[in-house]
Design a protein around this ligand. Structure first.
Ligand code: NAP
Length: 257
């Protein structure tokens, strides 16, 4: 038995229109899964779905704003109508912006919480009952190394992001404990720095930040495209029948120093 053969598995990936989510969707398909790509930018999703279908695998693009309950409800219904089941949920969609408690607006705080935390709660609210019925599920939540480490440089302070990603870890722990008896594992990943739309115009444009990051990070570099896929596939696979509630950092060792 190949534990990493995803043939016949249906995977929902949120935030699949770019960056780490798009990469993960391609990786799931490459390992045999049927994928549903969720995000707001429909054209981007369709382009990636077409690319995946070109490799002979099944992919659908489903427009969804994960901060809105109705949008999630219809997206989950659309996936079930198409594939008939959901085996794996990758809660990857997220937003990040700079701001401290003194200068951030209440609206910015709410936005971070709505997308990064409430979005995961709502996706799970509609997917978990289905997984419970089938007594099978793999849920992987993308948190961040910034759940457990933070920046002190004023330009890089992201208090809402820190709080929201720490909440993702707490939600993972709680859900893992109560869903284990239903055959559902819930784990979280904490990526370090990866170049994506989220970071390209901010962190990667700041030469001094990159130099500082590289000098501190034990691996002396940011993560490369595809380096999150292995941990994502592992936590989504049948290799994790007895691994749940874990928060694994994929940060080149950054949090160690
Ligand atoms: N890149 C890093 O260094 C890094 C480090 C640690 C953690 N992470 C986490 O990794 C995840 C992916 O980020 P990324 O780096 O790949 O950034 P990205 O390229 O900006 O991707 C973010 C994704 O989230 C989606 N999204 C944002 N708001 C949404 C909403 N309201 N509804 C539905 N989808 C929404 C975006 O799609 P639409 O705009 O099309 O909706 C996009 O597909 C995030 O949770 C992020 O916090 C990233």
């Amino acid at each position: 038995m190949n534990l990493f053969d995803f043939t016949g598995k249906v995977v929902v990936v949120t935030g699949a229109s770019s960056g780490l989510g798009a990469d993960a969707a391609r990786a799931y398909a490459a390992y045999g899964a049927d994928v549903a790509l969720l995000a707001r930018r429909k054209e981007r999703l369709e382009t990636i779905a077409d690319e995946i279908e070109g490799t002979g695998k099944n992919a659908i693009a489903v427009q969804c704003d994960i901060s809105k309950e109705e949008s999630i409800k219809s997206a989950v219904e659309a996936v079930l109508a198409c594939y008939g089941k959901i085996d794996i949920l990758l809660n990857n969609a997220g937003i990040a912006f700079a701001g401290s408690v003194e200068d951030m607006t209440t609206r910015q705080w709410d936005m971070a919480m709505d997308v990064n935390v409430k979005g995961i709660f709502l996706m799970c609210k509609y997917v978990v009952p289905h997984m419970k019925t089938r007594k099978y599920g793999r849920i992987v939540n993308i948190a961040s190394v910034n759940a457990v480490i933070a920046d002190k440089d004023e330009a890089l302070v992201r208090h809402a992001y820190n709080a929201s990603k720490n909440a993702v870890v707490g939600l993972t722990t709680g859900m893992a404990a109560s869903l284990a008896k239903h055959g559902i594992t819930v784990n979280a990943l904490g990526p370090g720095l990866f170049e994506t739309e989220m970071t390209a115009d901010t962190l990667f444009k700041t030469e001094s930040f990159l130099q500082m990051y590289n000098s501190l990070c034990p691996t002396s570099r940011p993560g490369r495209q595809g380096e999150l896929n292995g941990p994502i596939l592992f936590l989504s696979s049948d290799a994790v029948t007895y691994t749940t509630g874990q928060f694994i950092l994929v940060d080149g060792g950054m949090a160690l120093v």
